[in-house]
Design a protein around this ligand. Sequence first.
Ligand SMILES: O=C(O)CCC(=O)C(=O)O
Ligand SMILES: [Fe+2]
Length: 213
Amino acid sequence: MSDRARLPLPETAIDAACDALAAQGWAALEDAFPPPLLHRLRAEADALASTGRLRPAGIGRGRGHQARHDLRGDATCWLDDPACGAPARDFLAGMDALLTALNRRLLLGLASLEAHYALYPPGARYTRHLDRFRDDDSRTLSLVLYLNPDWRPGDGGELRLFLPEGERDLPPRFGHAVLFLSDRIEHEVLVTRIPRYSIAGWFRRRPLDPLRA
Ligand SMILES: O=C(O)CCC(=O)C(=O)O
Ligand SMILES: [Fe+2]
């Protein structure tokens, strides 16, 4: 079966994710993505890394943007960059279907997804933060998909969620994904000991005042 035929994600996985999002503000999606697509995404991320297309990320937005490698050590490339090809397009097309399903079930009013490949080199981390910018509240639902076939316990790079009941560490295992409410769930990427690959994305609502966005 082609990747396209296996996307959107299985209805059962989407239903379970919506239930978890409504109940607790976050959801793990384990093994919902087709492995051939995951391997193509990882190959594209490797190619971007080896051709210098991944750029050091920063924190904040617009004039508040700063490079702070002590706080955030990943390098990124947006999936709509001309350097990205069919794997990124197939992923984005599948996520369009997920967006529609999320809107139908949870009435979130999501309008678009922005997503980037991210590579955290050994020693990198991303300290505790919320994904919503102070001056832009359109990021609504965060999505992270992990692309690390060789990850083993002890390699680090877990995503730590700060939840009312305590901390929860999610390993960046190949094909695992997590969704969480961007304005609600504080999180942190623990120091990784291996190169850690992912796609991080944000489903956005239309800004309330598009002229100011
Ligand atoms: O890669 C992850 O697990 C989370 C990344 C993250 O928090 C971000 O890019 O805002
Ligand atoms: Fe984040």
